[in-house]
Design a binder for this molecule. Sequence first.
Ligand SMILES: NC(=O)c1ccc[n+]([C@@H]2O[C@H](COP(=O)([O-])OP(=O)(O)OC[C@H]3O[C@@H](n4cnc5c(N)ncnc54)[C@H](OP(=O)(O)O)[C@@H]3O)[C@@H](O)[C@H]2O)c1
Length: 433
Amino acid sequence: VEVLRQQAPRFAAMGLDFRVRAVCVADAARQRPELAHLRLTRTAGGAGAGAGDATLLTTDHTALTEDPAIDMLVEVAGGTGAARTAVLSAARRGKSVVTANKALLAAHLPEMEAAFPADGRARLGFEAAVAGGVPIIRAMQQSLAPDTVTSVAGILNGTTNFMLSAMASAGAPYADVLREAQAAGFAEADPTADVEGHDARNKLVLLARLGLGVTLPVGAVRTVGISGVTPADFALARELGCTVKLIGRAALTGGGSCGGGKASAVEASVTPALVPLDGALGTTGGALNLVAVDSAYVGRSEYRGPGAGRFPTANSVVADMLSIALGTASAPPFPLPRALTGGRALSDDVTCEAFVRLSGSDGGRVGAAGEAVAAALGAQQPRPRAVTQTARAAGGSVGLLVDGGSLNAVTAAVARAVPAGGGVTVAVYPVFR
Ligand SMILES: NC(=O)c1ccc[n+]([C@@H]2O[C@H](COP(=O)([O-])OP(=O)(O)OC[C@H]3O[C@@H](n4cnc5c(N)ncnc54)[C@H](OP(=O)(O)O)[C@@H]3O)[C@@H](O)[C@H]2O)c1
């Protein structure tokens, strides 16, 4: 509402006059200085919403979705309960919806798509749902529409990027940077959705549907969070010219990556990964987000900016409101028909270089485990192109770089070579160059 207020003269010049007819909140008694410029009423008037130029403040979303005078619902409540009911109810009544809610869209993607058909009256805008202020949705809906996207990969969660950037620069352990992120307001009191990769996975589901035309079942995406990342990972990665980032990636595999129609499978994962220190992913620090798209015509294009925050997110929300009001919103919201990409299997593997880190308090044991892993990988069929042992990092950690192959195969070989409970902990990360 602050952006609508500030930019009212600009929108008026475009022939648009946005009126906030009703605001639905969880707690109607709370003071709302951000709404001070509106004439708030708690009394329903007319058909159930604000009378005259007053704005109804309510806890009942049906007062919004059932008011025939309301054309558009902006859903920034979050969650998949009341938000889902309100969005579907609005769509059924021909009201357009703008939402920032990736959890809702990812969990109910086919249902949400069906609610906003191209030939219906209601439009769906969700620019704010992926990478906050970064205009990636419109780029994929419209600017890359003629192209064949072969992969989308990126830093999709600002909280974890803030934490990993702090670990990289300060050498601090995970628990310390989590506390720091919570104190700075970058992490929630319950950080699970961010640190376990669930939030990034929701965004990946939307990007994969837009770019690759596939609907990834949320629970089927290989998802590893950052709570197991250690300072030794950064020290070892640096020796390889890399750093560690939480990367969400969906890519076509299995037969010609550029033909689009020829690829038979889609690999999708959210996992800590090694990326080059001097590349686009490696230099995206703090709470920034970055999405890198590979496509047949354009090649690599990259979109970087603030992944959250009041005004970056509000800009994306209001941009969607503008395109809906001006009639330029994408219809349908996910333009690439599924029929074009049907039959592609979802793989939880990652075809890539792999990095194996072994650590423990007994340097001798760690070294022996490293030898065992190298031998196990060497005996694997097909044999990886190379296994390189990097130097030991402080604290008795060893890193091995496995050149080429399947992350699942490497993980299985490592698990066979280093039994759990032997005093050596192991992590396997993909390397995305
Ligand atoms: N924060 C960001 O930078 C950002 C960026 C991109 C996307 N998003 C998405 O935006 C959504 C909201 O996130 P947020 O961080 O802004 O959350 P938030 O600060 O908790 O705000 C949620 C708002 O929704 C209201 N609300 C919650 N449940 C409700 C219900 N059942 N009925 C009516 N109103 C309800 C709350 O009312 P009260 O004020 O009464 O508590 C509050 O005003 C999420 O889907 C999130 O993923 C946020």
